[in-house]
Every structure is written in C-alpha cells, then in structure tokens.
Design a protein around this ligand. Sequence first.
Ligand SMILES: NC(=O)c1ccc[n+]([C@@H]2O[C@H](COP(=O)([O-])OP(=O)(O)OC[C@H]3O[C@@H](n4cnc5c(N)ncnc54)[C@H](OP(=O)(O)O)[C@@H]3O)[C@@H](O)[C@H]2O)c1
Length: 232
Amino acid sequence: MIPETFKAIVAEENRDGKISPVLRDKDLSNLPVNDVLVKVQYSSLNYKDALSATGNRGITKSYPHTPGIDACGTVIYSADQSVTKGDQVLVCGYDLGMNTSGGFGQYIQVPAAWVMPLPEWMGFRESMMLGTAGFTAALAIYQMELNGLKPENGPVLVTGAGGGLGSLAINILAHLGYKVIAATGKTDEVDYFTRLGAAVVIGRAEVDDQSGKLLLRPKWAAAIDTVGGNIL
Ligand SMILES: NC(=O)c1ccc[n+]([C@@H]2O[C@H](COP(=O)([O-])OP(=O)(O)OC[C@H]3O[C@@H](n4cnc5c(N)ncnc54)[C@H](OP(=O)(O)O)[C@@H]3O)[C@@H](O)[C@H]2O)c1
C-alpha cells in the first residue's frame, strides 16, 4: 500500500532566515510529477548534500527541499515500460537532490531515464556505501579500460588519494589488478592507503610540477586526477 505521507529530511528556512535540515512528514502528492515512484532504502552523504541542506543556491534554487543526490530502493509504481514495479534500482546524479526531491526521504519520484537496475550481486546498503563517489570512480575506470587501459600497461596514478573519489578509485583499481600510485597530502597515512590497495604512496608535491615545461617524461600508464589545477 502506498501511504499518503512519508518521512523526509527537509531543508527549510528557520526564523533567523537560515536554511537548515529538519525531519518532516511530507505528502506523497507533493513529489515532482515523474514516471517512476521508488521506495528508498538507502542514500549516501555527499558534499553536494551538505551544500543543498544549508541553502547553497548554486545547488538548490528553491526551498523547502529534500536533499540526497543518490538513492536505491524498490519501484512501487512505473508509468514507463522500461521499469517494472518491484524492480530493485539505483538513482545516481542527474537532478536528484538538487532541484528534485532527493534520497533523504522515504520516497522519490523520478524520470525513468534516471533509473538503473541494482546489479544482482550488490546489496542496497553496499550500493550506497559506494555512493556517487564510487560510481564516479568506477565510470572513470570503465572509460579508461574502453580506451585500452590494462594492468600490464603499467602503474596508474590517483591524485587526491585521501578523498572520497580518490580512495574508492584506489580500491577499485587494486581489485582489478592495477599497480596503484597514491599521491596525497597525507603521507603519514601510508597504512591506510596500503589497506585500500595502493602499492606506492607519494607526496602531492611530486605530482605538482613547477618546471613550466609543456611536456614531461611519462611516468604512469594512466591517472585519475581528482584535484585539478596544476596537478592535472
Ligand atoms: N564525490 C563525488 O561524488 C564526486 C562526483 C563527481 C565529481 N566529483 C568531483 O571530484 C573531485 C574530488 O571529489 P571528492 O569527493 O573526492 O573530494 P574530497 O573528498 O574533498 O577529496 C579531495 C582531495 O583532494 C586533495 N586536495 C584537497 N586540497 C588540495 C590542494 N590544495 N592541493 C592538492 N590536493 C588537494 C585531498 O587529497 P589528500 O587527502 O590525499 O591530500 C582531498 O582529500 C571534486 O572536484 C568533486 O567535485 C566528486
């Protein structure tokens, strides 16, 4: 049975004019009109969620609003043939949690094109432990392999290794058999990076070339850069 109301975290303006998150009962009829209704099992916590929950208008234009840029759960209703009631699904990115009511509520209603099947071997909880950061890292590695990257090509550099994306990229690459070089500002955390799967840990200054040369000697078969700027 579909309830008329559900619980959600709602970012709303308080008496001081500040936006902050509170737990509310919401009417299901207030969800955006879209083809697929999903009962949410898990979401993950992303930096964008913190921005949305605290009133960043670059992320969320109007409030009250429910953040949560990703979610997994079970399809309760679908008006689109590509998605079926009972399907276990994931929604990651698009406009979810930005200007579309997001995964920090018990229900989301989204376009069918945003919905992906949950892989059979993956549980709901695990999918959101990896979250959007894991999905992004996996997509990057997938594209690199489509471009011909293989473990035998040589070591792969990951910059910003201690961050959300970097740490998951290290772990996925290591599981796929790559020799991973982790570049970080946290060089005293070698044990942590080794546990993630890094073969070598280097300081970020080593990848922040200041020579001004346009071309440098190749050192790695590939790199996942999560930092940008001169390091990129
Ligand atoms: N998280 C996501 O879901 C996601 C999805 C798509 C795109 N992105 C983008 O990917 C990038 C990384 O995201 P993230 O979530 O991994 O961020 P994060 O958790 O904040 O990690 C960023 C890492 O960058 C390094 N860093 C920070 N300041 C630096 C500086 N001044 N110089 C050199 N390195 C510095 C640090 O690495 P060390 O700790 O190793 O020093 C830090 O841990 C961002 O641009 C983000 O917008 C993120």
